[in-house]
Design a protein around this ligand. Sequence first.
Ligand code: BEZ
Ligand code: FE
Length: 338
Amino acid sequence: MSGEQPERTTSRTGSGPPALLDLTIDNITPNTIRINSQSDNARLTYLMARLVTHLHDFARETRLSTAEWTAAINFLIGCGQISSDVRNEFILLSDVLGLSLLVDNINHPKPPGGTEGSVLGPFHTHDAPVLPNGSSMTSDPAGEPMLAVCTVKDTHGRAIPGVTVDIWETDSSGHYDVQHADRDAPSERCVMVSDEQGRFWFRGLKPVSYPIPHDGPVGKLLQLLNRHCWRPAHVHFMFGKDGWDRLITALYLRGDPYETSDAVFGVKKSLVIDLDKVDKETAKEYGVEEGIWLLKHDFVLTTQEETEKLRDQLATEALQKLGLNLKLVDHLPVPDLD
Ligand code: BEZ
Ligand code: FE
């Protein structure tokens, strides 16, 4: 612990923070907000005010018991204790509470035809090899082979060359490579770059459904809630190119038993696809065996400018609906005091 003491302030003079005395169920909220409102950062002040309002209302509405508050604190401590460089239980918590998907939807709205986003999850890594089109990204001999043939286009149907595409999926046992203690190299993941026609293609595995990590506090919570911990079979994709809104998404196999009950709420109708089988011509064209699984998909990216405009428009409409006196500063709402 540092021996240095923070500077003393006074709450009794007019210059210091507001005097806090005799706080009650009814006046604790405005007083907490007042003392949190001394920063010049309008966005931080607004975020804290709304957080405190909702937290306090939650406690008042539920008449939160001390035992429940303690259990919640212990739950959060458990999330911290099980987290490490390669595991983040708090993101998992955000995922199973639907917050991750909500934040992605708010921040990356799509115009009609734009490929929708999905949850990132904790298994993307930065060490995937950049592979030329047509490569195999799997080293698992047990899985069912799949050829993926995809394009990246804009909302007018024009090809976007030079897009970096991160792709990752589990092996046939439903585990990502990083979940194997003996991982010595990346597997079932790669980075591709779209060609002049916006195409990229690779060989992977037919995805399988798998459980999210459930040996920690989040798994226990799901159990208490009588919820399962499964994700439907999917392949992750992340698209990046300067000037384009980064797209984090996934494609889900139609008919998966968890298609409509994903533990982390990532499935959207537009992301559910049917696999085909590779025919003779396609096999010849792509140098793969006839009869293996075929995933074909056209992804549609939106520009950063398009996305920002749409996000501002949706934010303005949402705030108007809420009847709040707010304005957008740097695309984010703050109270309008003018
Ligand atoms: C995933 O799809 O990799 C994932 C997403 C959220 C939580 C756990 C896993
Ligand atoms: Fe996944």
